[in-house]
Ligand binder design. Structure first.
Ligand code: UTP
Length: 291
């Protein structure tokens, strides 16, 4: 049973400057909820009870968001706003949340390696703090991976089908089909050209790892962008340990770039009971004015 999750959220977020100069991109709202809260909710709904967030400079708002705010709670209680009070209490009570500081931003692989002593010798889930996974079946994507990991006894990476002409934007899996959307992974290729891509299955920002990923991270030198790349450690691991890919029943929303952030907000706002009506009227009127 996997109990622990790690959420890296220390990155610079250069694709979102100047906003990210002093604010974490992981706190960007999806309608009215910070992205990282939705990530935590996915973990909790998957059965996770203990979460370690890897944070860095300019990320204090994340700590504060998951801490209690007694003054605000008192204010809401006095005004009888019990729905809001329950909502904000829930945020700080969802799970046992811990923080660790990534001292130098040396890449995602480096961020994950900070979790070693907290995770110990157990399998764990890894959820990128700037990526939302919308489940289509109702089973949270992290839980989908946990089920595959239990059945196949190995590490599992979430994969999303992407259009072939767009494979050069993603990390792509090479592997053999085991049926039921599960693949035995032999390799990963970063941003291949469409005619060289072994598949159109791309990393989707969710993983379940056996604890020996930490041994592979220690051996991983600096790679692309002079950073310690999680993908490089995973490639090594896949050569000597069972590693699987699971085609997710869901959709990835990466809020780390401006266009996808805006699209994700429109997507969720069009599902929001109070916003969907007025927003669709606005979009319909806008479409009429487009060239
Ligand atoms: P990204 O690949 O989006 O990198 O990280 P980034 O540095 O945050 O953003 P850009 O490319 O400069 O715009 C994916 C996740 O891993 C975390 C990020 O916070 C994000 O949630 N991360 C990345 C770390 O925790 N530490 C790092 O050194 C790099």
């Amino acid at each position: 049973m996997i109990r622990k999750a790690v959420i890296p959220a220390a990155g610079f977020g250069t694709r979102f400057l100047p906003l990210t100069k002093a604010q974490p991109k992981e706190m960007l709202p999806i309608v009215d909820t910070p992205t990282i809260q939705l990530v935590v909710e996915e973990a909790v709904e998957s059965g996770i009870t203990d979460i370690l967030m890897v944070i860095g400079k300019s990320k204090r708002a994340i700590e504060e968001h998951f801490d209690r705010n007694f003054e605000l709670e008192q204010e809401l209680a006095e005004k009888g706003k019990t729905d809001l009070l329950d909502q904000i209490r829930h945020v700080s009570e969802m799970a046992d949340i811990h923080f660790i500081w990534q001292k130098e931003l040396n890449g995602l692989g480096d961020a994950v390696s900070y979790a070693r002593s907290h995770v110990g010798n157990e399998p764990f889930a890894l959820l990128l703090g700037d990526t939302i996974l919308e489940s289509h079946s109702g089973v949270p994507v992290t839980k989908q991976l946990m089920d595959v990991s239990e059945k196949y006894q190995g590490s599992v990476v979430a994969l999303e089908e992407v259009p072939v002409e767009k494979v050069n934007r993603y990390g792509i899996m090479d592997g053999t089909d085991q049926g039921e959307g599960v693949y035995r992974v032999s390799d990963f290729i970063e941003k291949p050209e469409p005619d060289q891509a072994p598949s159109n299955l791309a990393f989707a920002g969710r993983y379940v790892f056996m604890p020996d990923i930490f041994d592979f991270l220690v051996q991983t030198g600096r790679g692309k962008n002079n950073e310690i790349q999680l993908t490089d450690a995973m490639r090594q691991m896949a050569q000597s340990r069972p590693m699987f890919g699971a085609r997710i029943d869901g959709k990835r929303h990466d809020i780390g770039n401006t266009l996808d952030f805006i699209k994700t907000n429109i997507h969720y706002a069009l599902k929001h009971p109070e916003l969907k009506g007025p927003l669709s009227d606005y979009i319909k009127a806008l479409v009429g004015t487009l060239p």
